[in-house]
Design a protein around this ligand. Structure first.
Ligand SMILES: Nc1ncnc2c1ncn2[C@@H]1O[C@H](COP(=O)(O)OP(=O)(O)OP(=O)(O)O)[C@@H](O)[C@H]1O
Length: 304
């Protein structure tokens, strides 16, 4: 669906996309992550045909997006970051107005139901809440039944329940073969939706793979934490490092095998008649993994 090779974009003397390769297969959710200013929007604009790369080849649905015919654009849906809706129309009228731009538009009712806005179909657009407007953006982006869907921060401003509803809409789309290119700073969203992730730092892809692959590569420790009636602890074989929270007095054991650590802790407690209570185990989140990879990326960039 998407193939980009050695894409370079520079603004004046500053290269913001630096020899990037992208491959996205049909029906896949491919997520692009990276800190502010990493070059994500610039790269996505090249894939959408809104920007011509200075170097490299881009092919989307078999065409160069920059020179693609109008029929090509009808196969692409895009939910941009800053859609501003300003109209004295109802939600249904607003969708209907946009339907006239498409050859095979989805029905208004279907679209409003799909994004959970059927109950406000007759409400004026300017009276919709922020989250409802964003859902209306999503409805508009889905009118043409796109084969490839660009989603930029799709759930910004949504409440937790609404976010999950949008995730469901996205999963339903991919189940019917739609391919999704997602950019988001919300790592739980990326973890919930993405089949593959690329991490862009300083215009270069520093890491790529499934969330599980990125987790395994990072190999971050879990934390076993507990309260205990002691000021000293002997070292346990599975523990990488030990710390104690001065305010709460809780112990924290950093470990790559939390099961072993809990077992060793039980043995220690029973052997020394030690009261160990309120034991919790926290695995690294995808956010921990991402931040760790960014640290590594920074080190690699400074070495380069
Ligand atoms: N028209 C322009 N002229 C000069 N510099 C630009 C222009 N557009 C973007 N930039 C710079 O290029 C870099 C990459 O911008 P881009 O918008 O692609 O980043 P991003 O990863 O999408 O960031 P964010 O997460 O903040 O949206 C930034 O440093 C930005 O300031």
């Amino acid at each position: 669906m998407v193939r980009a090779q050695q894409v370079v974009v520079a603004y004046g003397a500053t290269t913001v996309v630096d020899h990037v390769d992208v491959t996205v297969a049909g029906g896949e959710v491919w997520a692009l992550l990276g800190p502010n200013g990493a070059g994500k929007t610039t790269l996505i604009e090249c894939l959408e045909g809104f920007r011509k790369p200075d170097q490299g080849q881009v092919e989307v649905l078999g065409r160069d997006p920059w020179r693609a015919p109008p029929g090509w654009r009808a196969l692409i849906g895009a939910l941009l970051q800053d859609c501003r809706i300003d109209a004295d129309l109802s939600a249904a009228e607003y969708v209907q107005m946009h339907r006239t731009y498409y050859r095979n538009p989805r029905a208004v009712d279907d679209l409003l139901t799909l994004v959970g806005l059927a109950h406000v179909a007759d409400r004026k657009v300017h009276r919709l809440s922020g989250g409802e407007r964003r859902r209306l953006d999503l409805a508009i982006a889905l009118i043409g039944q796109p084969a490839l869907f660009f989603l930029d921060e799709p759930t910004t401003g949504f409440d937790p329940q609404a976010r999950r509803e949008v995730w469901r809409v996205i999963r339903d789309l991919t189940a019917t073969g739609t391919t999704v290119v997602l950019t988001s700073h919300m790592l739980d969203e990326v973890e919930a939706l993405a089949d593959r992730v690329a991490i862009l730092v300083g215009g270069r892809v520093r890491r790529e793979g499934t969330v599980a692959h990125l987790r395994a590569t990072a190999n971050l420790p879990s934390v076993v934490s507990f309260a205990a009636s002691t000021d000293t602890l002997p070292s346990l074989p599975s523990v990488v490092s030990t710390s104690r929270n001065a305010a709460t007095g809780r112990w924290q054991l950093h470990t790559r095998s939390p099961h072993d650590t809990v077992r060793e802790l039980e043995t220690l407690a029973s052997g020394h008649d030690l009261a160990v209570v309120d034991v919790t185990v926290r695995s690294p989140t995808f956010e921990d993994v991402y931040l760790d990879l960014l640290d590594d990326g920074d080190k690699e960039a400074s070495r380069a």
